[in-house]
Unconditional design. Structure first.
Length: 140
């Protein structure tokens, strides 16, 4: 998974890594409990961080893309991002950077072409108009 490899690379570069999880456990990383769909997060998580990288969301490869599954995929991404935005609006943290990545396949296979936020997305099976338009996303 991308998150596991990224965490390893950050540790190798000298960073301390902590995870947000619905089921935190004892492992290599410090972890904090969160449940984006319920809108809850350990109150110590965000103040602990200098940087936050959000890769959370339902897997796009688990099951057929029914209308319900599409809503679940979208909601899982919006809920986590909205929860982070709510927490980052509070003054009780020192987070310097928030990065959120989801659906990196939106640009399709571009071979060696460098893509930016200005690059047009590839045709998608579903991608809400507001996802690339800058419009306000609906509440989940």
């Amino acid at each position: 998974m991308i998150g596991t490899r990224l965490a390893e690379m950050l540790i190798d570069a000298g960073y301390e890594v902590a995870l947000l999880s619905r089921t935190p456990g004892s492992g290599r990383y410090r972890s904090f409990r969160w449940d984006p769909l319920a809108g809850t997060i350990d109150e110590a998580a965000v103040p602990y961080a200098d940087y936050i990288i959000n890769l959370a969301g339902s897997s796009v490869s688990d099951g057929k893309w029914t209308q319900e599954r599409k809503r679940e995929i979208l909601s899982s991404r919006l809920a986590g991002t909205q929860l982070m935005a709510r927490e980052l609006a509070k003054a009780s943290h020192h987070v310097q950077t928030f990065i959120s990545a989801s659906a990196i396949g939106i640009y399709g296979d571009r071979d060696d072409q460098v893509v930016t936020e200005e690059t047009a997305p590839a045709p998608m099976i579903f991608w809400p108009k507001y996802a690339s338009s800058g419009k306000q996303q609906p509440k989940t």
